[in-house]
Design a protein around this ligand. Structure first.
Ligand SMILES: [Zn+2]
Ligand SMILES: [Zn+2]
Length: 115
């Protein structure tokens, strides 16, 4: 389950996976970059309103407004200038979560809290 209050700020960006020392969630460092959908060059990416978008409105190479988001398997020193990192909580204990939820009689309240 997502911990909305924890930003996982202490999780190292060096490792692909790490446990957050603040909330104990397993965090995956995912890297994304945007590319021009027209000419395919890498665009510097930023996170705006929780979405990965190019920093510039137009492609600096061909002027296109369209872009595609690409997830990177590995970050390198070239891509790091374009990419953004998203710290994602890994939910690999899905089975355990379901089990504890079915035995929990406060479930409706929980659902409300997490919308
Ligand atoms: Zn955390
Ligand atoms: Zn372009």
């Amino acid at each position: 389950m997502m911990n909305k209050t924890c930003k996982h700020g202490k999780v190292s960006t060096e490792a692909d996976f790490a446990y957050c020392p603040d909330c104990g969630e397993l965090i995956e460092n995912q890297w994304f970059l945007s590319r021009c959908a027209c000419c395919g060059i890498k665009l510097k990416s930023v996170i705006r309103n929780g979405e990965i978008v190019p920093a510039e409105k137009f492609c600096t190479n061909c002027g296109s407004r369209r872009h595609v988001i690409e997830q990177l398997d590995k970050i390198n020193f070239i891509n790091v200038n374009f990419a953004v990192m998203v710290k994602t909580v890994v939910v690999n204990a899905a089975k355990d979560v379901t089990q504890s939820w079915t035995t929990c009689n406060c479930r409706p309240k929980l659902l409300q809290e997490f919308r």
